[in-house]
Design a protein around this ligand. Structure first.
Ligand SMILES: [Zn+2]
Ligand SMILES: [Zn+2]
Length: 133
């Protein structure tokens, strides 16, 4: 990857990457491209990180890292190319207490929320309309 590629596509660093020897934290696959900026977490130095945790940085009292997720567990979004936080990912995220990194598809990350808001909006509109007539 050249620097022009990165400038061309700022998401390049955030999409799935082929990385040697890393396993998906959810399914354990090692031969798949992995999303490295999907789930982040930090632990205090004496805590035992959950399985699949990958240390990225260390400070005096904390260890910061990520949970790599493969492109089967978190498929790339057809629109922006970033990994989509599927139900499986959200479940895993909750179980290990991770938070979203900056490599998560922004528009389609929570489709249910979008649907819910849409339903509320429709209901409000209907109520407003029936009041008028
Ligand atoms: Zn996986
Ligand atoms: Zn997207």
């Amino acid at each position: 990857m050249t620097s022009t590629d990165t400038a061309h596509n700022p998401n390049q660093r955030l999409v799935h990457q082929v990385s040697d020897g890393c396993a998906c934290a959810i399914c354990g696959a090692t031969a798949r491209p992995l999303a490295l900026h999907l789930l982040e977490r930090s632990y205090s130095k004496d805590a035992t990180p959950a399985k699949g945790f990958l240390v990225m940085a260390m400070s005096v009292e904390a260890v910061r890292g990520i949970f790599p997720v493969c492109d089967l567990c978190a498929p790339a979004c057809p629109t922006c190319g970033l990994p989509v936080a599927t139900e499986q990912v959200l479940k895993f995220k909750k179980s290990v207490g991770a938070k979203n990194g900056n490599g998560v598809c922004p528009q389609h990350g929570d489709q249910n929320l979008g649907k819910r808001i849409g339903a509320i909006f429709k209901r409000t509109l209907k109520a407003w309309r029936s009041k008028k007539s």
